[in-house]
Design a protein. Structure first.
Length: 281
């Protein structure tokens, strides 16, 4: 039988993540798996260079992400064939709301991962199309001001205008992203059993504007008005593009979803929310 091929992605510049990655690699070898290290992680840590490297555009069927939420989001944005890859997440950072395996249990959970003893949670994403490119996000797409200069936006859903915003910008988030930037901006917490899109205005001059919850299948167009200042489009906090007056961003359901391996994934979502988000210091 062909050995399991497991890729490892590691948060950069983290002594803790490096130590956990070394333990993970050793555990995988004991489980007779072939260990591969993502190429930027391979370059960042000399301790992992005894293993072959791989590119996220051509990933193995199983990947272990070690770090925080940002590490996972960067991985997903660069991942080729996400529908063919299952990702195990190991928390090696301060927050890591999206990562459910603690560093102290990595060996035990890796054995489960290799043996298929986990639940696959499939997460929808949003595709963001903008002048010069496109990508899919798990958390959010944020249109945000540049150098504290007012931006003016018109927001359309299904071709119908639903709001005009003069302010700092707009957060367009998934259910998963509702507890990220959107929450900080006053958006609602969305129960994970619901799959929706949340529009959260950022500090609008129009004080009557409030967050709007839309069906996941909605198509959203955000026009930068001709009298707006330039602004930035930020995707999952990882990629940014400058937008100019007159340009439009379209957000719709992404064709490709992502698959995360969950082991305990705390039965009480709100307990995790409190311990990882509300008690964040």
């Amino acid at each position: 039988m062909q050995a399991n091929r497991v890729g490892i992605v590691v948060k950069p510049n983290s002594a803790l993540a490096e130590r956990v990655a070394i333990r993970a690699a050793r555990a995988l070898l004991e489980l007779e798996a072939e260990v591969l290290v993502e190429e930027t992680s391979w370059e960042a840590y000399e301790s992992l260079r005894e293993f072959d490297k791989f590119n996220l555009s051509d990933p193995p069927e199983k990947i272990v992400v070690i770090g925080g939420d940002g590490t996972l989001l960067r991985t997903l944005m660069r991942l080729g064939r996400p529908e063919d890859t299952v990702i195990m997440t190991v928390r090696a950072g301060k927050r890591g709301f999206l990562l459910d395996v603690e560093s102290y249990e990595v060996e035990e959970r890796l054995e489960d991962f290799i043996n298929g003893e986990y639940k696959v949670h499939v997460y929808p994403r949003l595709e963001v199309l903008y002048p010069g490119g496109s990508n899919c996000v798990l958390n959010d797409a944020v249109l945000v001001m540049d150098h504290a200069k007012l931006v003016r936006l018109s927001v359309y859903v299904g071709g119908e205008r639903i709001m005009g915003i003069d302010g700092d910008g707009l957060v367009i988030s998934t259910t998963v992203g509702s507890t990220a930037y959107s929450l900080s901006a006053g958006g609602p917490i969305i129960d994970p059993n619901l799959q929706v899109i949340v529009l959260t205005p950022l500090n609008p001059v129009q004080l009557y504007l409030r967050p709007v919850v839309l069906p996941l299948e909605a198509t959203i167009d955000v026009e930068v008005k001709s009298n707006s200042n330039p602004l930035y489009l930020v995707l999952d906090g990882q990629e940014s593009s400058r937008l100019s007056p007159g340009e439009t961003v379209r957000v719709k359901l992404c064709n490709s979803k992502v698959k995360l391996a969950r082991f305990k994934w705390w039965e009480n979502y709100y307990e995790r929310l409190y311990t990882r988000v509300f008690s964040y210091l």
